[in-house]
Ligand binder design. Structure first.
Ligand SMILES: Cc1cc2nc3c(=O)[nH]c(=O)nc-3n(C[C@H](O)[C@H](O)[C@H](O)COP(=O)(O)O)c2cc1C
Length: 213
């Protein structure tokens, strides 16, 4: 567990990864300094990769009105000191990309189908195909913004009932188009996201491809 390992172009100091946990420190005064302190301490604890709490790739995907986003390239650069502090301690840092889907506690939240989550009073709007293609592109842009800000990579959050998970299961995906029904159709959204992010070698599966980068 404690020996180094290569992963792509990176060498990890060991095989320990700190999982994602949203701290809300970014909403506090001196949020960047507080995040530097929080993540640096974990890097000094020698976790090889730290994963940040989830950043939404667009406006509809935020947890709540104060939820962090990484869709603006200029604002993303504000995160650079956090990355540099972690890397100076010998660890890598990945930004988690998390679209909250029907769990977003905001007016205008979206989901594959318009089914309200038991934990949210807002009813999601059913995404059109244009929304889906734009959201795939938003994940790609968010990843590019994170890499430009100095993150070593991104983690794409696909579990716990958030948007990607809402596409993959029939409980929340009642669509009858190319994005619902068969397992291949329900998996098209996450697969296309992974293929669209910078560094991915393959093209999206969807017939109407998202804009190539
Ligand atoms: C306050 C809090 C915030 C969290 N934020 C995220 C998050 O942004 N993304 C994520 O994937 N998981 C998030 N999690 C889930 C944790 O990564 C972890 O999976 C969960 O706490 C279960 O692990 P544990 O049993 O070690 O606590 C969060 C958990 C807590 C308690």
């Amino acid at each position: 567990m404690l020996s180094p390992i290569r992963a792509g172009q990176h060498t990890l100091r060991n095989r320990v990864i700190m999982g994602s946990m949203h701290t809300r420190l970014e909403t506090e005064p001196d949020g960047i300094a507080k995040q530097i302190a929080f993540y640096s301490e974990r890097a000094r604890g020698e976790a090889a990769i730290l994963v940040t709490g989830g950043f939404s790739p667009n406006a509809e995907g935020i947890f709540d009105p104060e939820g962090p986003r990484i869709d603006d390239p200029e604002e993303a650069l504000d995160l650079r000191p956090i990355c540099e502090a972690v890397q100076a301690e010998g660890s890598l840092i990945c930004a988690q990309l998390l679209h909250a889907g029907r769990y977003a506690k905001i007016e205008g939240c979206v989901a594959p189908s318009p089914i309200r989550a038991p934990i949210n009073r807002f009813i999601p709007r059913e995404m059109t195909e244009a929304d889906i293609l734009r959201t795939i592109e938003d994940f790609a842009v968010a990843a590019a913004n994170a890499l430009a800000a100095g993150f070593d990579g991104v983690e794409i959050m696909g579990s716990e009932g958030y948007l990607i998970n809402e596409f993959t299961v029939t409980h929340t995906n009642k669509r009858q188009d190319d994005w619902g029904g068969s397992a291949a159709n329900r998996h098209r959204f996450p697969v296309d996201i992974v293929r669209a992010v910078p560094g991915a070698r393959r093209q999206p599966t969807s017939k109407r491809r998202c804009r190539s980068r």
